[in-house]
Design a protein around this ligand. Structure first.
Ligand SMILES: Cc1cc2nc3c(=O)[nH]c(=O)nc-3n(C[C@H](O)[C@H](O)[C@H](O)COP(=O)(O)OP(=O)(O)OC[C@H]3O[C@@H](n4cnc5c(N)ncnc54)[C@H](O)[C@@H]3O)c2cc1C
Length: 385
């Protein structure tokens, strides 16, 4: 249930190191900086967070973000020691428990040409002087694993970051001032494909977990002969199999990229990711709610089973297939996956973490080679058969 296990950013830096010649196109020394940094985080087993977005004072309809120096992270000075940054960034998931903070551009939050002082790729320790992390309210509220099985285990705090004249040493700078290269960093290095593979692997495991949860709920409630219950579980099976097919296709069609690094095929990864965030995961959570209904609310706490009330709980909450305690434990999990504040953030995360879905769709529309399919239709229209 964690979106940002440390392997997410590890694969991005592995891809950057594999494509280190890309960074040399900005300044020759940046190539070595990327390679050294990759080795440093690998050898020291470091965990990274990243913050790719600027806070915006207003939002426009254009394909680029609205950058204003009052709030955007901006280079205010270059010195012999490095670059000095002031401003803010969103949204560092896992931020407060990470070792290092990476800053670069998201492909779907592009910058305008004049945003040179807001364009860079770099990484610094999270305890660098001048950095502040503003955390949201925690979903781990100190309850037991029985009561809050997910929130008590998988809180991956999201943080807004403020930079108060933070010095980034030169050896931690990978790109600087080159808006076009910053905008293209994910696609040009193919780090997008590698992180996409990590993401889709995670989505598949999550889909399998939801399927297993749903099936156990059905068994516990004894609702497995109800046609629409079967239909809903079948929908989860189909979703799981689509994700598996996309992941397998990305591996089967893997090929060396222009930097000589074996890379998964991006089209099936894109397809699986987009569907998971936009429709599949919100629907999976809805199905858990539909299957569970009032059992998601009729939930004693763990302590209630050690109270004088326990005999009644054991009598009234047992089903034909489950005792009261096991049923309650299972439905606490279903509640934490579909009704709790932890689950609400999960749905938001899956919808948004890969960037604004609308802009992703626009990019797909504008870059996908649709000509072969148009040709089929034209051939049909021209045919006299
Ligand atoms: C739980 C969670 C965790 C996240 N973790 C990270 C992280 O670890 N690192 C990181 O860098 N980012 C992270 N993000 C940020 C994520 O990438 C963004 O939420 C996403 O890219 C959308 O950007 P935004 O939130 O700034 O949307 P906003 O710019 O606030 O836009 C809000 C909505 O307005 C509309 N909109 C506004 N402007 C436009 C436009 N120009 N074109 C089209 N539609 C527009 C869209 O419908 C959009 O969804 C996380 C987000 C969430 C919710």
């Amino acid at each position: 249930m964690m979106g940002r296990s440390p392997d997410f950013l590890n694969v991005i830096f592995a891809a950057w190191a594999g494509a280190s010649d890309f960074f040399a196109q900005d300044r020759p020394e940046f190539k070595q900086n990327v390679s050294n940094y990759y080795e440093y985080i690998r050898e020291n087993d470091l965990t990274l967070t990243h913050a790719l977005l600027n806070l915006q004072r207003r939002r426009g309809a254009s394909a680029t973000d609205t950058v204003s120096e009052e709030v955007a992270l901006t280079v205010v000075k270059e010195t012999g020691a490095g670059v000095v940054l002031r401003g803010s960034r969103l949204l560092a998931t896992l931020g407060p428990i990470s070792d290092e903070l990476a800053i670069y551009h998201a492909g779907n939050h592009r910058m305008d040409e004049e945003a040179q002082r807001q364009s860079f790729a770099l990484s610094i320790p999270c305890d660098t002087p001048g950095l502040r992390f503003l955390c949201r309210e925690s979903f781990d509220v100190g309850r037991s694993h029985f009561n809050h099985p997910l929130g008590s285990r998988f809180e991956e705090m999201d943080a807004t970051i403020f930079f108060d004249d933070v010095l980034v040493p030169w050896d931690r700078v990978f790109l600087l001032g080159n808006v076009d290269m910053c905008n293209r960093i994910g696609s040009a290095t193919q780090s997008q494909g590698h992180s996409g593979h990590q993401v889709l692997t995670r989505c598949l495991v999550k889909a399998e977990f939801i399927l297993g949860l749903a099936d156990l709920m059905v068994e516990t409630l004894g609702s497995g002969t109800v046609p629409h219950v079967q239909e809903q579980v079948a929908e989860l099976i189909t979703q799981r199999d689509i994700l598996k097919a996309c992941l397998r296709a990305s591996e089967a069609d893997a090929a060396p990229n222009q930097w000589g690094v074996m890379s998964p095929a991006t089209a099936p990864l894109q397809a699986g990711r987009a569907q998971f965030g936009r429709t599949m995961y919100p629907r999976m959570v809805e199905i858990i709610q539909l299957l569970g209904t009032s059992s998601l609310m009729a939930l004693p706490s763990e302590a209630d089973f050690d109270s004088p009330f326990a005999p009644q709980l054991n009598q009234y909450l047992a089903t034909d297939t489950s005792n009261a305690r096991d049923r309650t434990k299972l439905f606490h999990l279903a509640w934490d996956a579909s009704c709790s504040s932890f689950s609400g953030r999960q749905v938001l995360y899956e919808r948004m973490f890969g960037g604004n879905p609308l802009r992703n769709a626009m990019t797909l529309f504008n870059t996908y080679d649709k000509e072969p399919f148009r040709k089929q239709v034209r051939n049909f229209l021209d045919s006299e058969d």
